[in-house]
Design a binder for this molecule. Structure first.
Ligand SMILES: [Fe+2]
Ligand SMILES: [Fe+2]
Length: 152
């Protein structure tokens, strides 16, 4: 686990942007393993990615999204409700991708070309949604939160 994923800096809002970069890097490594047909390793790393993303989203929903919602309402173009909705979509898409990969890895063989293609299509769909969500937070929510005093 990266050092930025520890609890000690959970009240540092810039930690969220660092998490986004780490998550994107880890996800890229998952894609490379899929292309390399390494089903087991890809599944293992996707599990790690999912655990990190869950911790990240929990931290956002515990501290930052409520603060953003209370302090800014919809004045920045969207409020915390939209962030929470996007988290639900992300969770659902990632769950579907993990299930797909788990089913393929359970066969105990290297992925075949059609499986790689199917996984990549699902992976890119998820990555597009995640990227859009992280850009929204990086460009709007995090700069807004940086302007106000850190919580607690
Ligand atoms: Fe988020
Ligand atoms: Fe985030």
């Amino acid at each position: 686990m990266g050092e930025t994923m520890t609890d000690e800096n959970e009240r540092d809002v810039d930690r969220l942007s660092r998490d986004h970069k780490e998550l994107a890097d880890t996800y890229h490594r998952v894609l490379l393993l899929i292309v390399d047909r390494q089903a087991d390793q890809a599944e293992e790393l996707l599990d790690e990615f999912a655990a990190r993303l869950t911790r990240h989203i929990e931290l956002e929903e515990k501290i930052w999204v409520p603060l953003f919602h209370q302090r800014f309402g919809k004045s920045k173009g969207f409020d915390g409700t939209l962030i929470l909705q996007e988290h639900k979509v992300i969770d659902k898409l990632l769950g579907a991708l993990r299930f797909l990969l788990h089913t393929m890895a359970a066969r105990g063989k290297p992925l075949d070309a059609q499986q790689v293609l199917t996984l990549l299509e699902e992976s890119f769909r998820f990555r597009g949604v995640l990227h859009h969500h992280h850009a929204r937070e990086d460009n709007v929510m995090i700069p807004a939160l940086r302007e106000i005093a850190p919580p607690g």
